[in-house]
Design a protein around this ligand. Sequence first.
Ligand code: HEC
Length: 137
Amino acid sequence: MNRILYFVFFFLAISCNSSQNSTEEANSETAGNKYASGEKVYQANCVACHQSEGEGVEGVFPPLANSDYLMADKNRAIKQIINGSSGEMVVNGITYNTIMPPQPLNDEEIKDVMNFILNSWGNKGGEVTLDEVKAQR
Ligand code: HEC
């Protein structure tokens, strides 16, 4: 008898667990989905320099996480993605004078990656539209 009860509980526990897991997965997918395409663009094009948490490399690649420079001017950031960037810039009090090559992305990808970096790693930078990206071409 005990053994049967044990099996019943065992299977109940497994089935509860798995249904709970799938709800959790579904929830996190809905939460992450909004910027998922931008995250893909980031992983493929930006992560090597700006790093996985957007922290950059001090003095070489400026951070995108909590960057006063990024938050100050979204159109400038769009332009930098399109045309690349060189020359001196000060990000969070640290001077960078290095080179970011132009990024070979279409307008949709730029909108997606902008919205990803504006809303990741604690950033709350709002969003850009496709028209705002087009206007910087
Ligand atoms: C090869 C390395 C490299 C890659 C790849 C790269 N960047 Fe950069 N990025 C830099 C450097 C270096 C600077 C600073 C350039 C300067 O000093 O003028 C910069 C500056 C920036 C800035 C403005 C400064 C700041 O921190 O707010 C933004 C925004 C930015 N990059 C976004 C991106 C995005 C989005 C991508 C991917 C689509 C990307 N970068 C890909 C190297 C890179």
